[in-house]
Design a protein around this ligand. Structure first.
Ligand code: 6GU
Length: 243
């Protein structure tokens, strides 16, 4: 996968792309990151990238020219048509299923504005997706794009050592993950649930399933709207409701 990022603050990305799984993914050849300062594409004599809004009002608006030129160049360099993802608070709320969609693409271009708005023609003619990572306001799209890129890259084949390790993730199964424990079995009198020490894998699977359901019931009951529950799951949830 090729990932291009267009930003006025390219230095923000070096730490995140240069550590841990995102760095390893690049070392393994699963992904290449290219971070571009789109100010360099501005044809304005002082490399301006924003201007006052028509009609007046506070704030500045990113002009179309630098982003159109940058994206046209990056599109022509690639072999397949890229997804062009605009990071903005007005975008569609980002989810794991969107991450799974993005992970199938060969080329993603992320566009990050910083405090400025975007000229509407960027949205209408250049962008394929508009994404927000949640209902709060950030100073720019940079941090949000890093969140999205992290969630996509970890889904690429060979990036996580243990291929099944993201199948159980909260959200990828549609339910929240069950609790986990490791040694010691007794830490300062706080003990690990007996069933996990039993070696009975059928019982352990059942306990984990129930814990997942319980956690989802208490913390994120909205997730059940999208989730196909088995009869056994429904019985357990009914019992939980009585308690
Ligand atoms: Cl993508 N951008 C900004 N500026 N704020 C956000 C966001 C994006 N997602 C949530 N808040």
């Amino acid at each position: 996968m090729k990932i291009d990022v267009l930003t006025l603050f390219p230095n923000m990305f070096s730490g995140v792309f240069g550590e841990s799984i995102l760095q390893k993914a690049q070392d393994k050849g699963a992904v290449t990151y290219d971070v571009h300062d789109f100010r360099e594409y501005s044809t304005h004599k002082h490399r301006k990238v924003d201007d006052y809004p028509y009609g007046g009002g506070a704030g500045m608006v990113l002009t179309p020219q630098p982003l159109f030129d940058a994206i046209e160049k990056l599109t022509n360099e690639g072999e397949t048509k890229p997804r062009v993802v605009l990071m903005c608070p007005q975008g569609e709320r980002y989810t794991q299923s969107k991450a799974e969609q993005f992970a199938k693409e060969e080329h993603l271009i992320f566009v990050c504005g910083h405090y400025e708005g975007y000229d509407e023609r960027i949205r209408e003619h250049l962008v394929t997706d508009e994404v927000s990572i949640g209902d709060y306001v950030l100073t720019g799209g940079e941090l949000a794009s890093m969140v999205v890129i992290d969630s996509v890259v970890r889904l690429l084949p060979q990036v996580l050592g243990n291929e099944v390790s993201h199948q159980d993730d909260s959200y990828s199964s549609g339910l929240l993950e069950h609790p986990q424990y490791t040694r010691p079995a007794n830490f300062r009198g706080m003990t690990v649930p007996e069933v996990l020490l039993s070696g009975n894998h059928a019982k352990i699977d059942e306990w984990r399933r129930q814990q997942s359901l319980k956690r989802t019931y208490h913390r994120r009951p909205d997730l059940f709207d999208e989730y196909p529950l088995s009869d056994k799951d429904k019985d357990y949830l009914e019992q939980l409701e009585k308690e």
